[in-house]
Design a protein around this ligand. Sequence first.
Ligand code: TXA
Ligand code: MG
Length: 320
Amino acid sequence: MSIISKDIQKAISLLSSDKLVAIPTETVYGLAGNIFSKTAIKSIFETKKRPFFNPLIVHIPSVDILNDIVSHIPEKAKLLAEAFWPGSMTLVLKKQSTIPDIITAGKDTVAVRIPKHPLTLQLLKQLPFPLAAPSANPFGSISPTKPEHVERYFKDAIGQVLDGGACTNGIESTIIGFENDEPIIYRLGALAIEDIESVVGKVAIKNKKEVSPDAPGMLERHYAPTTKTFLTDAISEEIKKHRGKNIGVLTFKEDIKDDSITTQIILSKKGDMHEAASKLYDAMHRLDHQNLDVIIAEKFPDFGLGKSINDRLQRATFSS
Ligand code: TXA
Ligand code: MG
């Protein structure tokens, strides 16, 4: 039997009395509450200023309790769960009647995932209820990948930020729904589409307009810095257009030599997309706190995690 740390004991006690705790996961930090506590769930929505029509993800410790949450598991969902849980994948499945409507925004489906962070897995195993946990950021803003990001957003509003260090994957889980038992991607994320296809064959990506506003993770502008942000595959030309302003530049691996840049962050000098994804939001947080006039971000190669990173960068921009 593993020893329960003081931090986890505190989290158990807060969560068991309808309070919220920010929890680390391998993707981003979540703002967690007991799925069966009306008080806790209402305060998740209030704290995030999140509209009630946007459903929450249910976090569970193991597949053993999946049948308590969902009423039907398509064959391909079983294969995906076996391959990728615990991990950065959320499945949207038909819900059990015991799952409260406020969690699913009245839908007959529920989003569920087993996260991979050891602290949060240990916490979930100790609790007699699953945790609803949206990303721990105000609605529409940059998701948190470090405890200090959560503290900056919600300093006094929540009981505890369970410190699990920096998130190793750094962007949200990939969300997969099912239509006629066939998987379809609702949100690109930390699990690359190629990995999913290696298990279940070709999968479609749901058209943004069809999903929105049901899954606001798919809203056009989301994950956004307050600084005006541009996404480009011609970075030097874009920089020229903004000469004279305070310019922040965000690149994949290239070091841009240009005197008109105020500050530059290179996400992975060795060109590793996983490293780049893990650092993406922290870089956006940092650039957003430097009083820049503009942030110019470089488009990633459009495959693997690059596709998911481009999706987030696209949603961080005002237009294009
Ligand atoms: O990595 C993650 O998924 C993180 C960590 C904390 O687990 N959580 C996260 O939650 O990103 P959130 O609430 O920020 O995003 C959940 C997305 C939303 O876009 C929501 O609309 C969608 O999941 N969603 C939840 N339930 C759904 C359902 N029944 N049908 C379709 N989309 C659903
Ligand atoms: Mg979110």
